[in-house]
Design a protein around this ligand. Structure first.
Ligand SMILES: [Mn+2]
Length: 352
């Protein structure tokens, strides 16, 4: 009976998502169902894909999948939805809802701070719901909506007596936060500033430029230019060079530095994150810092003959000392058929 189960990067709606296959949806749902009572389910970012799929496709796929998932896994306590970069727009819409719509309707709190985004308290967990029933709640089956919490950009909690920090992981990606901050000539000293740079960047590139055919073509061309400039940009953001040990391509020093900066407490913690789609883990020599990645369910390179997808589920039992990474085996035939469909839709697939 796990205290915690975490999955990330389902990319629901994207043609390259393994979850576009019904058999995979069923095996994931069945696997979670077999775990019995799950106290907390963490949906750790890029659950909906609003970059590679039209909004309506993403909503419909997600709603159908959640129906199936929560039918099989019908003993889940709280569900924590932590948006990533592909579903950051969910957070923007929710922020607007809380700061604009709900106060107008007289049903919500007004932040009273000149429309500033409600990024939460010193615990770094902006939370929506269950007081507010927002459009995101409507994607989930009615029976569980009162247990759905939306948190961004971090969710900090205790597992046993250990501090766990959950964050999608896009803040660590050189082409997202570090590049945006470089452009803004900023170096954040708090979370709100980091999010300001992040939101400006991914809302325009990942979301607003993918809303229609013309904007998509524009983005594709921009992406072509980006690929030509990539080495230079990496150098400019100081993302080149060995940079010490890496996890999923991200220097560990960058991850721990950012957590330290945002958390302001050099304490012991376990960081759960996704984004890289690579289910690696690392721990400091003394074991005080543990980094655990939740893998991903998207075929990032559908052109490859043997696409690698690290479809894993992270399970934390009540009495266990550590989180366990369980791989859900997916048939090679299924992976090949999703990759085939993704290849034909590849024109619109951008970035991870
Ligand atoms: Mn991501």
């Amino acid at each position: 009976m796990p205290a915690l189960v975490a999955i990330s990067d389902l990319h629901l709606g994207a043609p390259s998502s393994l979850l576009s296959d019904l058999t995979v949806q069923e095996s994931l749902a069945e696997h979670l169902g077999k775990l019995g009572r799950i106290d907390n389910l963490l949906l750790l970012g890029d659950i909906l894909d609003l970059t590679m799929a039209p909004r309506l496709t993403a909503w419909n796929k997600a709603s159908a999948f959640f129906e199936l998932l929560f039918k099989a896994a019908n003993n889940i306590g709280n569900i924590h939805y932590i948006p990533g970069n592909h579903d950051h727009h969910v957070w923007s819409m929710l922020s607007d809802y809380i700061t604009i719509v709900a106060p107008l309707e007289g049903t919500g709190r007004n932040s009273g701070e000149g429309g500033r985004r409600p990024l939460g308290d010193p615990m770094f967990c902006g939370e929506v719901g269950p007081k507010h029933e927002t459009f995101l709640h409507c994607l989930f089956p009615a029976a569980i909506r009162n247990r759905l919490h939306i948190r961004y950009p971090f969710y900090r909690f205790l597992l046993g007596n250990k501090l766990v920090i959950a964050h999608h992981g896009h803040y660590f990606d050189w082409k997202i936060c570090p590049l945006a901050m470089k452009i803004a000539k900023a170096s954040p000293d708090n979370m709100e500033q980091a999010e300001e740079c992040n939101a400006a960047w991914i809302e325009s590139l990942f979301y607003l430029l993918t809303i229609g055919r013309v904007s998509r073509t524009f983005l594709k061309r921009m992406y072509g230019i980006y690929q030509k400039l990539e080495f230079g940009l990496r150098w400019w953001t100081s993302a080149t060079g060995p940079g010490g040990k890496k996890l999923g391509g991200i220097p560990i020093s960058r991850i721990t530095r950012l957590i330290h900066l945002l958390q302001r407490e050099p304490t012991e913690y376990t960081l759960l994150f996704g984004h890289t789609h690579s289910a690696e883990r690392w721990q400091s020599k003394a074991g005080s810092i543990k980094l655990v990645n939740t893998g991903g369910w998207n075929i990032d390179d559908p052109r490859s003959e043997h696409p690698v997808v690290e479809s894993v589920i992270l399970v934390g039992e009540h009495d266990a000392d550590d989180l366990e990474t369980r791989k859900l085996q997916i048939d090679d035939d299924i992976i090949a058929s999703v990759a085939e469909k993704a290849r034909s839709a590849l024109g619109s697939a951008l970035l991870s």
